[in-house]
Design a protein around this ligand. Structure first.
Ligand SMILES: Nc1ncnc2c1ncn2[C@@H]1O[C@H](COP(=O)(O)OP(=O)(O)OP(=O)(O)O)[C@@H](O)[C@H]1O
Length: 330
């Protein structure tokens, strides 16, 4: 049984005379222990989907089961098996880190002894040892995010939702937080679903990427498979002059699955999956035909190329996604 099973989930908001179809029929199955990233531009419906799955918002139609429990029929049970870490944080500023974790455990009805042992376990998993006696209000952004995650999973949920856990952090803090998320997953075997604006992060860290656009899932696969099948590699070949570039393009076009772009001066650009295998073959064929290729560059596609191939738009242009860490320091 999948940890999360979502079928034809929709949410329509009504505001006066206007209706917004925020989620238009999302289907999703996440296996137990999987780490899945939801990716999509602003307003795609990611947060609304997450809020429905975490029982914070009632769906307009469709169904979802988490750990076998229905969000419509058994919201209490659903809440007992999930942890949700939103973008804001709920911890009191004057509490100390360890105290705050123990208090949170008690809120989840853990006994005092259980709450203490769980707090210490999470302090270890999320590297909070040096901070246990610090007041929450004095933590840095990155430290605070680690505490938020600890607070959100203090009751030992088997399914964890993280809404943009790394937004606004510098690249080093993001990498560090990912290490911790991985460590939590390895230790607990929890299923993790998160949203992120960082394309490179979803690419490198998530086992599966679910791309959401205009309220529907438009792609759902490993980042590698999405890139190979939907975007392909880019090969840039520099020759001696426009005639040579055109000739290389014609040679490359004889191979199956190659798209030849417009010649630009002495440069021609090809797109194909398996570019690393194709490149030497094209170079050999060009040499056999007496055409001189002076430089060759192979570029692997990014998830933004995937989004572009699917929608004709760039995720980056939407102002949502970031390929590299240019965010302010945490
Ligand atoms: N309470 C609400 N009332 C009316 N419209 C809403 C409400 N909540 C969300 N929406 C609309 O639903 C759509 C989806 O919003 P949602 O927050 O789910 O997108 P998102 O993918 O999470 O975007 P972001 O990356 O910006 O957080 C948007 O058009 C948004 O304006």
């Amino acid at each position: 049984m999948p940890a999360i099973e979502v079928s034809a989930l929709t949410k329509t908001f009504r505001q006066g005379k206007n209706t917004v179809e925020a989620v238009k029929g999302v289907d999703l199955a996440v296996a137990s222990g999987e780490l899945v990233a939801l990716l999509g531009p602003n307003g795609a419906g990611k947060s609304t989907t997450l809020r429905m799955l975490t029982t914070l918002l009632r769906p307009t139609s469709g169904s979802a089961h988490l750990g076998g429990w229905s969000i419509a029929d058994d919201p209490e049970r659903v809440r007992s098996v999930i942890g949700y870490v939103g973008q804001g944080n709920g911890a009191g500023h004057n509490q100390r880190v360890r105290e705050e974790l123990i208090t949170q455990g008690r809120c989840y009805r853990l006994s005092k002894a259980e709450a203490v042992s769980r707090a210490d376990e999470l302090i270890d998993a999320l590297d909070l040892q040096a901070l246990v006696d610090r007041k929450v209000g004095t933590l840095s952004g990155g430290q605070r995010r680690r505490l938020d995650i600890a607070l959100g999973i203090v009751h030992g949920p088997s399914i964890i939702f993280l809404d943009e856990p790394t937004t606004g952090m510098d690249p080093q803090s993001r990498a560090n937080l990912w290490d911790h998320i991985g460590r939590v997953r390895d230790r607990t075997g929890a299923t993790i679903v998160l949203t992120t604006h960082y394309l490179d992060e979803a690419d490198a860290m998530a086992e599966r990427v679910v791309v959401i656009d205009s309220g529907t899932v438009i792609a759902d696969d490993t980042a590698r498979h999405l890139k190979d099948t939907l975007a392909g590699d880019q090969i840039i070949l520099r020759t001696t002059d426009p005639e040579a570039a055109t000739a290389v393009g014609e040679i490359a076009a004889r191979f199956g699955g190659v798209t030849v772009g417009a010649v630009d001066g002495d440069v021609v650009t090809l797109r194909a999956s398996g570019g690393d295998a194709l490149l030497p073959v094209v170079l050999r064929s060009a040499a056999d035909a007496g055409v001189d290729v002076r430089a060759a560059e192979l570029m692997r596609p990014t998830l933004d190329d995937v989004f572009l191939a699917l929608t004709g738009r760039s995720l980056r242009e939407s102002g949502t996604a970031t390929a590299t860490g240019s965010a302010p320091a945490a």
